[in-house]
Design a protein around this ligand. Structure first.
Ligand code: T3D
Length: 263
C-alpha cells in the first residue's frame, strides 16, 4: 500500500508508522488522518506485528492540526472543530490505546498541540534530548484535545498539567522525562539505535503478557484496588497457561535466552 502522507511497513515484528509531512512539521490534514486510520486498521489484523513505533520525518514529531487547513478570515464559514475531533482525533487516540500491542512513540523533535497528546497516548514515549512538548492550544484560543486534559493531570499532577495547558510553553524533553511525562530522553546521536533496540526487544517479548500488561495498567486509571486485584488474578490465570510462560520459566531454569512465540 502506498500512502501520500505517511510511511508504513512491518519488518521483523516491528511496525513503523512515520508521519511524513516534514515541511509542516508533520501536522495533520485530512489525508494524513485517512492514511493513519488505514495503517492502524491494517495493523489490527496483522499478526506479524508485535510492536508499533510511531515517529515523524524530518526535524519534528508532529505539530497537531495543520492550521493552514482552517479558514478563520472574517466573513468565512468556520469549520466545526467538534466534528473534526469526533471524526479524526478521538478515534485516533482510542485506536492507539486499544491496539493489542505496545506502541512506542519515538519523539524525534517538537511535538505540539494534538501531536504532543498523540505521543502521550502511546505506551512508551522516548524522545531525543533536543525534542520538546508544547500544549500549544491556548496560544490559539483552544483547549488541549486528543486526551490532553486527561493525560496531563494523570501523568504529572494538576499543578504541572495546568501550567503546561494554560501557558503553552515549550517543555524540553529532558524536563518531560524528569517530570515523568515520558519514559526516557536519549542523546540525539543515540536515538535511532535506542529506538531500534527497544522495538526489537518488545517484538521478541511475550506478546500476550505485554497485551495484558498494557490493558491492566490502562484499566488501573479508573479501577478500584479490588477491581484491579481481580483483573490481575484473571490475567495471571490466563498467562499461566500460555506457551510463553512455560518457555520463560524453562529458559530461566536452563540459564538460556527465551524464545517467545506470542502464544
Ligand atoms: O482544528 C481541528 O481540527 C481541531 C483540533 C485541533 C488539534 C490541534 O492540534 S490545535 C493546535 C495546532 N498546533 C499548533 O498550534 C502548533 C503550531 N506550531 C507551532 O507552534 C510551532 O510551529 C512549533 C512550536 C510546533 C515549532 O516551532 P518552530 O519555531 O520550531 O518551527 P516553525 O518555524 O514555527 O514551523 C516550521 C514550519 O512548519 C513553518 O512553515 P514555514 O514558515 O517554514 O513555511 C510553520 O508554519 C509550519 N507549521 C508548524 N506547525 C504547523 C505548521 N503549519 C501548519 N500547521 C501547523 N500546526
Amino acid at each position: 500500500m502506498h500512502y501520500q502522507t505517511i510511511a508504513y511497513n512491518v519488518t521483523d515484528g516491528v511496525a513503523r508508522l512515520t508521519l511524513n509531512r516534514p515541511e509542516r512539521l508533520n501536522s495533520f490534514n485530512a489525508q494524513m488522518h485517512e492514511d493513519v486510520r488505514h495503517a492502524l486498521a491494517a495493523l489490527q489484523s496483522d499478526e506479524a506485528a508485535r510492536v508499533l513505533v510511531l515517529t515523524g520525518a524530518g526535524r519534528g514529531f508532529c505539530a497537531g492540526q495543520d492550521l493552514s487547513d482552517r479558514t478563520v478570515a472574517p466573513g468565512t464559514e468556520r469549520a466545526d472543530l467538534g466534528a473534526s475531533i469526533e471524526r479524526h482525533y478521538k478515534p485516533l487516540i482510542l485506536a492507539l490505546r486499544r491496539l493489542p500491542i505496545p506502541v512506542l512513540a519515538a519523539v524525534n523533535g517538537v511535538a505540539a498541540g494534538a501531536g504532543a497528546n498523540l505521543a502521550l497516548a502511546c505506551d512508551l514515549v522516548v524522545a531525543t534530548r533536543s525534542a520538546s512538548f508544547v500544549q500549544a492550544f491556548a496560544r490559539i484560543g483552544l483547549l488541549p484535545d486528543s486526551g490532553g486534559t486527561w493525560f496531563l493531570p494523570r501523568l504529572v499532577g494538576p499543578a504541572r498539567a495546568l501550567g503546561l495547558a494554560l501557558l503553552g510553553e515549550k517543555l524540553p524533553a529532558t524536563q518531560a522525562a524528569e517530570w515523568g511525562l515520558i519514559w526516557r530522553c536519549v542523546d540525539d546521536e543515540d536515538f535511532t539505535a535506542e529506538i531500534d533496540s527497544l522495538a526489537a526487544g518488545l517484538a521478541a517479548a511475550p506478546t500476550l503478557a505485554l497485551r495484558r500488561i498494557k490493558q491492566a495498567v490502562h484499566a488501573a486509571w479508573h479501577n478500584t484496588l479490588e477491581q484491579q486485584l481481580d483483573l490481575e488474578r484473571d490475567a495471571q490465570r490466563e498467562l499461566g497457561y500460555s506457551a510463553d510462560y512455560a518457555e520463560g520459566v524453562a529458559a530461566f531454569m536452563a540459564k538460556r535466552e527465551p524464545r517467545f512465540t506470542g502464544r
